[in-house]
Design a binder for this molecule. Structure first.
Ligand SMILES: NC(=O)c1ccc[n+]([C@@H]2O[C@H](COP(=O)([O-])OP(=O)(O)OC[C@H]3O[C@@H](n4cnc5c(N)ncnc54)[C@H](OP(=O)(O)O)[C@@H]3O)[C@@H](O)[C@H]2O)c1
Length: 326
């Protein structure tokens, strides 16, 4: 089968189609005939050579897939051959066949296309574990999402609203802000024109926000401390600007803030299975009811993976870019 690897670190031109054998499922694994595979910013960071796959993960790119079960490994009983599934995978998604652990797999919700399903796992697992597990977002609280128009941001807006929170987002253009508002955000800040700290204070009558989901880092770190309410939480999921910054920590202490963070990919199958179980219980029904749905920016056939990555590099997209298999 054709599969996409990054040959050396760099721009989209390092993405190369290579020939690989169709993988054989091991214990607890299923083989999925992939219909669609979502592209995520971590794939870009891997392509650039700054995010090597964890030990044991395939070098083929791709962290999420949707498709049909075609084979089961020893002991795998959860899914039957022919089932439509979507899965969080440690790699290997940019290919017509991909292995998934049966416990890191969810059913394709009723009414969703394979393209939409392929755009769900990475962002939904990430938002659930960071906003609801680590961040403990509760109904009535205010969430500030940086990068509101990203795959992660568009998911966080919809899930937070579905669970009764108020949402304020930052995004880099008026058009992106409008898209976030249309998805349910209560307030959108074009960070190129407006100070988000002042906007967050104004939105909360001076109190500050309860939770911040931050992928930017850099000078946003001290500014987040300013924007947060007393007892506020800040969850770090990336450092698009910089992981290094000088911070005056007195504000963290005086406001009794909690600043935490996590990465999804290196976690164990069992830890990801716990997130999958929570999503099956709490979120899949909401998707079935149409209360949240992935935002699809664009789709590209696997062979046009370089064009797909160039679109993500441009940051012109809103929501998810998805690869489709012939
Ligand atoms: N920790 C985890 O487990 C985990 C899991 C998945 C993803 N992530 C991270 O979450 C972030 C979002 O992922 P995604 O797949 O949703 O990405 P995405 O759709 O490409 O969104 C990233 C957005 O961030 C904004 N941005 C702000 N500062 C930026 C900068 N310096 N460079 C580039 N973009 C910048 C851009 O929108 P504007 O026009 O508004 O600036 C861009 O659209 C990524 O950083 C990714 O690495 C973390």
């Amino acid at each position: 089968m054709h599969a996409v690897v990054a040959e050396g670190g760099g721009g989209p031109e390092v993405l190369t189609l290579v020939e690989r054998p169709v993988p054989t499922p091991g214990p607890g694994e299923i083989l999925v005939k992939v219909a669609a595979a979502g592209i995520n910013r971590p794939d870009v960071i891997q392509r650039e050579g700054n995010y090597p796959p964890p030990p044991g993960a395939p070098d083929v790119l791709g962290l999420e897939i949707a498709g049909t079960v075609v084979a089961r490994g020893p002991g795998a009983q959860r899914w039957a051959v022919g089932d439509a599934v979507m899965a969080l995978v440690p790699g290997g998604g940019y290919a017509p066949y991909c292995l998934a652990h049966e416990d890191n797999t969810l059913p394709v919700p009723a009414g969703l296309s394979m393209i939409e399903a392929g755009a769900i796992p990475e962002t939904y697992f990430t938002v659930w574990t960071n906003v609801f597990d680590r961040g403990r977002l509760a109904a009535g609280e205010t969430l500030l999402v940086h990068g509101g128009s990203s795959g992660i941001g568009t998911t966080a807006i919809q899930l937070a609203k579905a669970f009764g929170a108020r949402v304020i987002v930052t995004a880099g253009s008026a058009e992106k802000c409008d898209r976030c508002l249309a998805l349910g955000a209560d307030r959108a800040v074009n960070y190129r024109e407006e100070d988000y700290v002042a906007a967050a204070k104004d939105f909360t009558d001076g109190r500050g926000v309860d939770l911040i989901l931050d992928m930017v880092g850099g000078d946003y770190i001290p500014r987040n401390y300013e924007a947060a309410a007393v007892e506020g939480r800040i969850v770090q999921i990336a450092f698009l600007k910089s992981p290094k910054v000088e911070v005056d920590y007195r504000r963290l202490m005086m406001k009794r803030l909690t600043h935490t963070g996590s990465t999804l990919r290196p976690r164990s199958v069992a830890q990801k299975a716990e997130i999958a179980a929570a999503l099956a219980r709490e979120v899949i029904p909401l998707i079935g009811q149409g209360r949240c749905r992935p935002v699809i920016d664009s789709t590209y056939p696997l062979e046009q993976v370089r064009e797909a990555h160039a679109r993500m590099d441009s940051s012109a997209h809103v929501g998810k870019i998805v690869l489709t298999m012939a």
